[in-house]
Every structure is written in structure tokens, then in C-alpha cells.
Design a protein. Sequence first.
Length: 255
Amino acid sequence: MLNETYSFILAISAAAAAGVIGSFALMKRTVLAGDVMSHIAIPGLGLAVIWSINPLIGGGFTLLIGCLIIWHLEKKTELSTEATIGVIFASSVAIGALLINSTEELIDALFGGFGNLPTSEFVFGLAASLFVIIAVWMLRNKLIIGLFSPELASATGINVNRLNLWFLLLFGLTILSGLRFLGALLAGSLIIIPAAAARQLTHTIGAFIATSATLSILSVIFGFLISRAYNLELGPIVVVISAAFFALSLLKKKK
């Protein structure tokens, strides 16, 4: 087991990835998918409890399946991304509630924790967060073109369907990296709220992405300090801090 310092490093890296992916999700107008997709992990967490395996394995499995189903339904039907994710969300919550019988296990699954961190989880979480950040940076130009003009993207040789799949997988991986300390209920919040606040404060894409990641990281830092000072759960405090940043961002007047 690793000490709290490594858990803190993991939380910071997950927050940075959430801020980066959240900025693109907001531009795609699918930012609410972060909250919904985090719930897709609940059945996997329930299966992990039943089979006594690492919760991240169960959560990662159902997130992967959920991403592939959403991508397939987007291609084969005329449903929007939000509608498709909504269907998967409702099903996931119901299945997860059936699988998780213990109240204590349910609370851990929904709200996460900051307990002892196995070395394998630290390595995986750090690698996943870095992979998301690097992959989004490498795909940024294609993502931006695909966001604002899918027709132009197709004309320039960009496979928009494959690009959407990549984005969904990176989205799911970001949520998975935050499950350890935020839980399935709140993991999506670190994608949604800092990005919304950053949008209020910036006027260029570069500044938007950087500010979103910064606010996400600051939410974790201040959340960690407050949770340790007053012996509170980290996950809810992080979300409250990020919501406070959003409230402050509303004070800025639009030019």
C-alpha cells in the first residue's frame, strides 16, 4: 500500500485529465454526459463486490461496454448522444442497485474514498490520466475540426465516427481514473463544473482548456486541505469547491 502522498498525486493527475476532457465535452455540448457516464460504472462496481475483485476492473469493464454501445447506437440510429447515454444511464443505475446489497459498499461505490492505495492502482491511475492528456493533445486539431464542421472534417480525410469513438473511450478512461477518490456519483462532476467555470472566464480555446484543467486541480487541492482539516469526505468537498469556482466565474461580466 502507498501512503497518502501518492493518493494525492493520483487525484491531481485525474483532475488534470478531467479538466482537459471536460473542455472538449463542453464544446461538443455533451458535458452532461460526464455525470451520466460515471453511473455506467455502478454495475461493474457491483460485480466487483460480488466477485471480490478490484473495483476498477469491474468499473472499467462496464464503462468500456457502455462506450461501445453508445458509439454503436449513435451510428445505427438517429438518437442524439445525450439520448443514447440517457438510456444506458437509467439501465446502469437500476442494474447497479440490484447488484450492490450492502449500504456501506454502496456508499463507497457512489462517493469513493481516499484510503490505502495499492501500487497497481496508483500506476494505472497515473498512466491513464497521462494517456488521456497526451491523447487529447495529439487529437486536438482533429477534435476541433470535427466539433465545428463534421463535413469539413470528412472532406479532409478525418474519420469522424472513429474520432467519436476515441473521444468516448478517453471520456470513459477519465471517469475511471477519478472513481478511486470521487466515486461513481461524483466522478463526472469534475469533468462538468470546472469546464463550465472556465468557459465563463476565457475567450480562446487554449486558455479555455488550460483554465479548465487548472480549476479542476485547484478543486482537488483545496478539497484535500479542507477534508483533512475538518475530517470530511474528500469527494463531496471537491465538488463543492468546484461549484464555488463556478459561482465566482459568474461574477465576471461578458464582453
